[in-house]
Design a protein around this ligand. Structure first.
Ligand code: SF4
Length: 227
């Protein structure tokens, strides 16, 4: 037990040093141990975008074609956060433009929004090789960017697409099947975890999964006063 606590404090100290080097002003109480609750200094949205485009903080910068900061309404009430850019996103420098992206666009449209009404981004801004799951260290190094985006956009609801995004916001060992469908809170923003569109594609014939995602989106719309 003592060792575990020592490890937590040593990780926290390391993390604070890192964010301090990045110009983070202070750390607020963490909502979950997997998501750093940092409030960085506020550059303009444009300068943040530029920082991401030229970022070399982690080794993913070596193999990317383009970093993918995200796109959409900078004052959106609704954000969608996925895991990481894939091949098409890496080539085009835009989030969710491949097959999974087309499905996400359909979901957004079915909610009576256009892509430009919401903000779409990922936990990690550069494509991991062969689309592997991002490492914890990479997520920690990239986290200040997403945290800054959330601080600037100040959305009412964030839809966390898939387990990596859900883990960023929610401190839980539950599977996506158990996490989804319930709201959580992260820095006063309501988080709705749901299945990633690529999971829907992999299970194309499974109407039950589609139904669950739509149920989750209906809950989001209810919170936003749309239904
Ligand atoms: S993944 Fe994030 S931290 Fe790593 S190089 Fe890209 S923008 Fe920087």
């Amino acid at each position: 037990m003592g060792n575990k606590i020592d490890k937590i404090f040593s990780d926290l100290e390391e993390r604070m040093k890192y964010f301090s080097q990045l110009g983070v002003e202070y750390l607020s109480s963490p909502v979950s141990s997997s998501a750093s609750s940092t409030i960085p200094k506020s550059p303009s949205f444009l300068s943040l975008r530029k920082d991401i485009l030229y970022c070399q903080r982690c080794s993913l910068s070596q193999e990317r074609k383009n970093a993918v900061p995200g796109e959409g309404n900078q004052e959106a009430e609704l954000m969608f956060v996925g895991e990481a850019p894939g091949h098409d996103e890496d080539v085009q420098g835009q989030p969710f433009v491949g097959r999974a992206g087309q499905l996400l666009t359909k979901i957004i449209n079915a909610m009576d929004y256009q892509r430009q009404d919401v903000f779409i981004t990922n936990v990690i801004k550069c494509r991991p090789p062969q689309n592997r799951t991002p490492y914890k260290k990479e997520i920690e190094q990239c986290a200040p960017y997403l945290l800054k985006q959330i601080q600037m956009i100040d959305p009412r609801v964030i839809v966390a697409l898939g387990k990596v995004a859900a883990d960023f916001f929610i401190d839980s060992d539950l599977s996506m099947s158990l996490l989804r469908g319930n709201f959580y809170e992260f820095q006063k923003v309501r988080i709705m975890p749901t299945f990633h569109p690529s999971y829907l594609i992999r299970n194309e014939g499974n109407r039950e999964i589609k139904k669950m995602v739509w149920e989750d989106m209906k809950k989001v719309l209810a919170v936003l006063g749309k239904k």
